[in-house]
Write a protein that binds this ligand. Structure first.
Ligand code: SF4
Length: 689
């Protein structure tokens, strides 16, 4: 690096760990280094982080707006024409069908400023209640369970670095060795208990690997609580002074004897006992959940059962121990706090709370009556497309690949009168759009994100955007003005938006009032809540009290129920889905990076050799995996790491390799999370095309 070369400290564009990076160089020659001083990654990056500069100049980067012409093709145009087209379409649809005929679909990778402005744009400029985002598919079950248990939801209510002193960590449905490898550095000293139907890379490092059948981990968690109680391993003083609800929770867990749990889940009694012993004997222990536990039609109850276990052992709210959720997307935490969720307003407030509505309406300069009420959850919104929702604006998401029952969702997207997509690559959803708006990406923009530990981070700009590309805040400004809103109500400078976000969050659960760019740029580590200037932030929550009015955590009276569908004679196997190291989310970004595409080039299905032999399949064969909703075509990988009743598919691939063609949109009644993790399927050699 020459002395004159620009350098910025920023963060990786991908996952919720938000590894610190240093960027140098000019467009086409950007270099990335891990930030040795950032405590979360301590000088480490995964393959995705190392190759992130290539994302800035991928071959088919969008550099000009596109509008679909009468010939059915997308054609380049100028920004005024594109925005005029969108605004005219929105006005026409609103006039004919009302404001709720327009939907907005956001993303957990958007900066805090974009997420905030998108929620404000939907509710003020469009007047619609129909806004939700892809984080619904990511963290909503953990959020619902966390709020019920603790009165507040923050992924990790402690710094990541606290994990480094843990003696035992239970990971339920999380595979950080592949999804966020630098996190494993913090787990090196801990004995790991991994709950996963697959023997993942994380499970390979576990002291105990509990391998339940998909959809039975709730029963397993109840069984672990049962063992902790009958073996006298619970923290009775903690339960008495810091919690309520134990009696009711125990009434459900009492029936889940170790033998019964083994019969349902397949997890041997001895392994259940060993897991409880390791957790209970540790002075410092954590229970962490991930998407495996959460992405089920009973995901919020499954997480609640693991929280019950943690509470019974006295872990949450004790320094050096605790419960947390490993958030997935880059701004999975901040994305859920600032108002792009169907049922929330900024500050992580409920949209049905009159006081919250009055506060946010005051910041926005409107009356509470002008704010729409709650909208549909993400899948329900997508399912309504082309019926009562006629137009959809998508920012930072690719639901044609990432939504459950993806074939149906693609049909619904195609049935819209107007589909508008803002993205920086032509994702599968963007290719279906009537108007495509090319926007900036990470190293081209300023803003903030909030990582999985509730720490607010600065994203900084190294490069000017390519000619023809605009920031998302500029896009929202341009549309809002065309829809008759005041220009100064939709500012384009990220810091100005953040200042308004601070005011809107004041007094809410996620209170950012005391955080500003100056403090962040000075290097302060600020975890919300940070309710006033000069406040040091709150790296550790719940040390004295939980956030319920009585200060106590709540155990939940939850019980096992079956997945929405189970294997049968027609579809005798479980299918479950997940990620691989090389790819992120729908793969729209990482599939375009040559090194990552080479590492994981095509859809595959992991199958146990015995299962494959019964189906007449061998290593490398093309297989059709079929559920009641569709068929995925993928190449067979034989592995003994799976149960014989289960196949596994990564969800990063497009076309007929989309794992979500088979996934089940059965929703959790509280969180509205779809059942991505459990489908009943059959597998067979691929039919000739
Ligand atoms: Fe770190 Fe996640 Fe980026 Fe990998 S993808 S470098 S783990 S932030």
């Amino acid at each position: 690096m020459s002395a004159a070369e620009p350098q910025v400290a920023t963060h990786c564009p991908y996952c919720a760990l938000q590894c610190g990076t240093r960027l140098t160089g000019a467009r086409g020659a950007v270099q990335v280094r891990p930030d040795a001083d950032f405590p979360v990654n301590r000088g480490g990056l995964c393959q995705k982080g190392w190759t992130a500069p290539a994302l800035l100049d991928v071959r088919d980067r969008l550099r000009t707006p596109l509008v679909r012409g009468a010939d059915g093709d997308l054609h380049p145009t100028d920004w005024d024409t594109a925005l005029d087209t969108v605004a005219a379409g929105l006005r026409r649809i609103r006039a004919a069908h009302g404001p709720d005929a327009v939907g907005v679909f956001g993303g957990g990778g958007l900066t805090n400023e974009k997420a905030y402005q998108l929620g404000k744009f939907a509710r003020l400029a469009l007047g619609t209640s129909q806004i939700d985002y892809n984080g619904r598919f990511c963290m909503s079950s953990a959020a619902a369970a966390g709020i019920a248990a603790f009165g507040l939801d923050r992924g990790l209510p402690f710094p990541v670095t606290d994990l480094g002193r843990a003696e035992t960590v239970l990971l339920a449905g999380a595979n950080p060795a592949e999804t966020m490898p630098p996190l494993m550095r913090h787990l090196e000293r801990a004995r790991l208990i991994v709950v996963d139907p697959r023997r993942t890379r994380t499970a390979e490092r576990a002291a105990v690997h509990l391998q339940p059948a998909p959809g039975t981990d709730l029963a397993l968690a109840l069984g672990l609580l049962h063992l902790a109680v009958v073996e006298g391993r619970t923290d009775t003083g903690y339960l008495r002074t810091r919690t309520t609800g134990f009696t009711e929770a125990w009434q459900r867990a009492a029936a889940w004897t170790p033998d019964r749990v083994e019969r349902l889940t397949g997890v041997p009694v001895a392994e259940q006992r060993e897991a409880v012993r390791l957790l209970a004997d540790a002075d410092r222990a954590y229970v962490l959940t991930g998407r495996g536990a959460e992405q089920q039609s009973k995901g919020s109850d499954t997480v609640a059962a693991f929280i019950n276990l943690a509470l019974a052992l006295g872990l949450p709210g004790r320094e050096g121990s605790g419960y947390g959720c490993l958030t997935g997307q880059g701004n999975g935490q901040g994305g859920r706090e600032h108002g792009q969720k169907a049922d929330q307003l900024p500050g992580y407030r409920s949209i049905t709370d009159p006081a919250a509505r009055a506060h946010v309406a005051g910041v926005w300069g409107v009356t509470p009556e002008e704010l729409p009420g709650p909208g549909r959850s993400a899948y329900e919104l997508l399912d309504a497309l082309g019926r009562d929702v006629k137009a959809l604006l998508v920012f930072g998401s690719n639901p044609a690949v990432s939504a459950p029952r993806a074939g149906h969702v693609t049909d619904r997207l195609a049935a819209l009168d107007l589909l508008v997509v803002a993205d920086f690559v032509p994702s599968e959803t963007a290719r279906m759009a009537d108007v495509v708006l090319p926007v900036t990406q990470w190293a081209e923009e300023e803003g903030t994100l909030t990582n999985l530990e509730g720490r607010v981070l600065r994203r900084r700009r190294l490069l000017a955007p390519p000619a023809g590309v605009r920031g998302d805040l500029d896009v929202l400004h341009g549309l809002a003005v065309r829809l008759g809103r005041r220009a100064d109500h939709f500012p384009t400078a990220p810091e100005t938006v953040f200042e308004e976000l601070r005011r809107a969050s004041r007094g809410g659960a996620a209170d950012y009032s005391g955080i500003d760019y100056t403090r962040l740029d000075a290097g302060e580590a600020l975890h919300w809540p940070c309710p006033e200037p000069g406040h040091p932030g709150t790296p550790r929550l719940f040390l004295d009290r939980f956030a319920h009015p009585d200060g106590r955590a709540r155990l939940a009276a939850v019980d096992h129920r079956d997945a929405a569908e189970l294997p049968d004679g027609q579809r005798p196997l479980y299918a479950t889905t997940g990620r691989v190291l090389a790819h992120y989310q729908s793969g729209a970004q990482t599939r375009r990076i040559p090194e990552l595409a080479a590492a994981a080039p095509e859809p595959f299905v992991e199958v146990h050799p015995d299962t494959a032999a019964r189906a007449g399949l061998g290593e490398g064969d093309l297989a059709d995996v079929s559920s009641a909703r569709g068929t995925v075509r993928a190449r067979v990988r034989l592995t003994g790491s799976l149960r014989t009743d289960t196949v596994f598919l990564p969800f990063h691939f497009p076309g007929d390799g989309r794992a979500n063609l088979i996934t089940n949109p059965a929703l959790d009644p509280r969180s509205r999370m779809p059942e991505f993790k459990v489908s009943a399927v059959r597998i067979a050699p691929a039919e000739p095309a």
